[in-house]
Design a protein around this ligand. Sequence first.
Ligand SMILES: Nc1ncnc2c1ncn2[C@@H]1O[C@H](COP(=O)(O)OP(=O)(O)OP(=O)(O)O)[C@@H](O)[C@H]1O
Ligand SMILES: [Mg+2]
Length: 439
Amino acid sequence: MKLFDPHGFGSSVVSYAGLLEKIEILRSTLRWAPRLERTDIEKLLNQSNALREEVMQLSRKERFVEAAAEAPEALDALARPDAITPAAHRRREALIERSFIFEGIFGDNPKLLAALEIAEKAAPTDLPVLIDGESGTGKELMAKVIHANGARADRPYISVNCGAIPENLLESELFGHRRGAFTGASSDRKGKFESAHTGTIFLDEIGELPLQGQVKLLRVLEAHEIQRVGSDEPIGVDTRIVAATNRNLRELAAQGQFREDLFYRLSVIHVTLPALRERNDEIPLLIAYFGDEAAAQLKRRPLKLTPKLRDFLLTYAYPGNIRELRNLVYRLSCLAGETADIEHLPDDIRPKSAALALRAVEAEAAGAPLSLSDAKRAASDEAERAFLERGLQETGGTVAELARRCDMNRSHLQMLLKKHGIHSKDFRHAEKVNHEKGS
Ligand SMILES: Nc1ncnc2c1ncn2[C@@H]1O[C@H](COP(=O)(O)OP(=O)(O)OP(=O)(O)O)[C@@H](O)[C@H]1O
Ligand SMILES: [Mg+2]
């Protein structure tokens, strides 16, 4: 069911009106009931919880659409010149206008938009979809997008993590079992495929499915029926399959670890999600978006970032992709006061010089003397960093010019900049802004 239509006031009112009507029905049930049995109370409670969830979803979607519309302004504070192109913005707006449900997927990167456009076309069909991409790139969100935009949106959505089920339970988990089929099978049990009947089954981490499970899955895809473990009776299932993996299934197939025929069956539609480093122009936008989200959730004012931390966040490699970025922003919002700085980063990713300097400050505060070599290294790193930043400021971010002025080898200078996570182009932009302000 599409609750929220961002087209305009009228359709949004219909969504809220629908919810109000449901609330009214609940209220009058309560008002006119002569007495309520325990089971009735439980039923009403469940209905009211479901309503609360619907209201939350509606407001999340509304917030998302608002944020999407405001994105270019939100960027101003953190802007980089290459961040958003009008063409990309128009593509996203076109999706919004077609009432596409994003399920919280945020961004304007052309590769991401291409993936969303494929999802939009694939969603109304029953064709299997394979989603791949590194960990934390939004594969699970994308599976929900495909379900939510399709004709089965009001039907069950069942998610199975193929990597988390022990091999001996796999068949029973997916296809169910008859009572007595094996020790411990004390009653008949439905499997995930039956539960997903008429809806969508999301087979996450499909690359982890053992070969034996792959054979069984192939049969379901071909015959559209399953057999519970311990039963000969075939049961028809009408289930749309969406699978995801962070592994290269084609390569696994070439190595004989994944059945090639299953790969082709699953990947009729193939969607690849870009890693965050392929869309790092969007990091400012995502920081702003998750910053607002964290502020709302933690009931606090949106976080401010020191320039050093901002530089770090814009240039960090994010091996955990958007999940890592989102978690970082939440962490910073929780641990920092008004303004977050490098010191609020987790130890394992904090730049070395800052970590040493911080250790020096902490040790000093605790009255414990630092080792002399640590203290020297921290001071020298800090001095080096300050020197490089001042130099880039003065040369408007031109590394070659700085190398010339300091009589240094350019590649050695590049290496030092890398070590400190300093990006010369940030200084080019700063200078341009200062220049524009001055003119
Ligand atoms: N484009 C996006 N916009 C907003 N949030 C996103 C986006 N992509 C991912 N996220 C957020 O990042 C987190 C990880 O997303 P998700 O679980 O879908 O990734 P995944 O690819 O399935 O990861 P894994 O391979 O580790 O299972 C979630 O909190 C999700 O909300
Ligand atoms: Mg996942």
